[in-house]
Design a protein around this ligand. Structure first.
Ligand SMILES: Cc1cc2nc3c(=O)[nH]c(=O)nc-3n(C[C@H](O)[C@H](O)[C@H](O)COP(=O)(O)OP(=O)(O)OC[C@H]3O[C@@H](n4cnc5c(N)ncnc54)[C@H](O)[C@@H]3O)c2cc1C
Length: 476
């Protein structure tokens, strides 16, 4: 292919060098490539909430990408400000003839891309965008499903049945593809990526999860080399080993440090039952992305055409008890504290606290939970987070609401049988005997004295297994 272009490759998600078709196209058709990232904190934080831990993860991803590019004789050009304005200026100053990027699915990203495409086309700059964040193109899935959003997994599987199956990853770009973008190189500005810009102080704790492509590939390789490190349900074992026993690749996928296609392919190397299990999980991700690409107000109940409209209670006191991990149910509190201090919780624990906040217990709107998760989870993702909240509260993607309500004490006994997890995050209960650990209000006074943990009152809310009938009344 003739290398004639002066190209800007715009990194947004897709913060990686491997299996990146848009970047590959850029380097194979250009004499010069400028890899850019646009930091528009006002816009980014309006669209998505960022805790300090989540911000740190993103910054690490960007630094890692910059390190990778440095080896190829270039750097990540970090431009700050409104995307349309800075792109226009940068393209003009550097006589750009082509722009490439990885496609995004979310409606607001697509609207921004349309606007920018119009602007640069007027400057006679070619644009090329490629699929890469997901395995399937959302518009194609919708077309295959007769123009409708697949509302359950079987509909989704039927829609993709005769679509092209995920192919081999595209070649990784290497040093030989790159030439220096410009003699006067704009260096990766560490100060610009400092926490202060995001309105945070740098977290004091050391990260458990380090962002970046190299780390993502390392994590994947470790799971493939030792499949015992990957199970779906042995999740509280992570308390002893420090790291979860699922892949914990979701945050890397969120920023595109790992290609989902590469992940999908690599899963082939696991024992067959695990390949099937893991690919099943990845398909859930694809499923939620399709819905999120079509539905306005996807993260809200009001104005969201697929979401059941429910009269949730309003109770600030209950909400803050849940958010701050002081509901009085130790297991629920442990999970919420882990969320805020570590930025990652296991799927079943997400489900447990989601159920507690909504149809299982407090009857508060799922939007509060989705906001809290979006901010604090390092993998907090627009499509997945809101999709999962709607799904597990019966607000969408289900014909009927599950008959089961989640008893937070029974759940804890099942999934934390020795109490290690609960004691770790609720150290005030470290001496409480296991028998009462998950329901300390049942402990006799002499046990409370021994545990040095005194129950002044019952938890503000009592678990009610009859909530399902309340649910029926309120949704009828
Ligand atoms: C209330 C709630 C909110 C959630 N919010 C998010 C979110 O913001 N971002 C996010 O990535 N996931 C979210 N999930 C889905 C799921 O919990 C995480 O994807 C999973 O726990 C990530 O851990 P892992 O990478 O170790 O997963 P693994 O079990 O190793 O799975 C591999 C991959 O499959 C995908 N996956 C796994 N489980 C699911 C699922 N139930 N739905 C969709 N995709 C799945 C993820 O991309 C994950 O990386 C949420 C779930 C619930 C119940």
């Amino acid at each position: 292919m003739e290398k004639t272009h002066r190209t800007v490759h715009w990194f947004r998600k897709g913060l990686r060098l491997h299996d990146n078709e848009a970047l590959y196209h850029a380097v194979t058709t250009s004499q010069v490539v400028f890899p850019i990232y646009i930091l528009d904190v006002d816009w980014q934080t309006e669209k998505e909430k960022f805790s300090a831990l989540k911000t740190r993860f993103l910054i690490e991803c960007l630094r890692d990408l910059d390190e990778g590019l440095k080896k190829y004789g270039t750097r990540l050009y970090v431009l700050t400000g409104d995307a349309t304005t800075v792109i226009k200026k940068f393209c003009k100053e550097n006589e750009i003839t082509q722009m490439t990027w990885m496609k995004d699915a979310e409606i607001f990203y697509r609207e921004r891309d349309e606007e920018i495409t119009k602007v640069v086309h007027r400057m006679e700059i070619k644009t090329k965008s490629f699929l890469g964040h997901t395995l399937y193109d959302q518009d194609e899935v919708i077309a295959k499903n007769g123009g409708k959003i697949p509302m359950d997994l079987s509909e989704f599987y039927a829609a993709i049945a005769d679509m092209e199956q995920p192919g081999a990853p595209c070649p990784t770009v290497t040093a030989k593809h790159f030439k220096l973008g410009s003699k006067k190189i704009i260096i990766f500005k560490k100060s610009i990526l400092a926490f202060g810009v995001w309105g945070h102080q740098a977290p004091r704790s050391l990260p458990i999860y380090r962002g970046g492509e190299r780390q993502a590939l390392k994590v994947l390789q470790a799971k493939i080399n030792d499949p015992t490190l990957f199970t779906l349900n042995g999740f509280n074992q992570g308390v002893k080993t420090k790291l979860p026993h699922t892949t914990y690749l979701s945050a890397y996928q969120n920023y595109g440090c790992i290609s989902t296609r590469h992940f999908w392919k690599a899963a082939e190397k696991l024992p067959e039952s695990k390949t099937i299990m893991l690919r099943g999980q990845i398909m859930y991700r694809e499923f939620f992305y399709v819905a999120a690409s079509q539905v306005n107000n996807f993260t809200k109940m009001a104005g969201n055409r697929i979401c059941r409209q429910i009269e949730w209670y309003k109770n600030e006191e209950h909400l803050s008890a849940w958010q701050e991990g002081r509901t009085g149910y130790p297991y629920i509190d442990a999970v919420m504290r882990q969320l805020v201090t570590e930025g990652f919780i296991h799927h079943l624990n997400r489900w447990a606290v989601a159920s507690f906040l909504t149809n299982g217990q407090l009857w508060l709107n799922w939007e509060h939970g989705q906001e809290m998760f979006e901010e604090h989870q390092i993998d907090g993702d627009y499509a997945m987070n809101a999709g999962c909240w709607m799904w597990c509260t019966g607000s969408a993607f289900m014909d009927s609401i599950s008959e089961k309500t989640l008893d937070p004490v029974k759940f804890a006994r099942r999934w934390d049988p020795e109490g290690h997890f609960t004691r770790k995050y609720c150290p005030e209960l470290k001496n409480m005997p296991l028998k009462y650990l998950f329901s300390p209000w049942e402990a006799p006074v002499n046990v409370q004295r021994y545990a040095q943990f005194f129950i002044l009152c019952l938890p503000v809310f009592q678990f009610q297994s009859n909530y399902i009938s309340l649910w029926r009344i309120m949704t009828n």
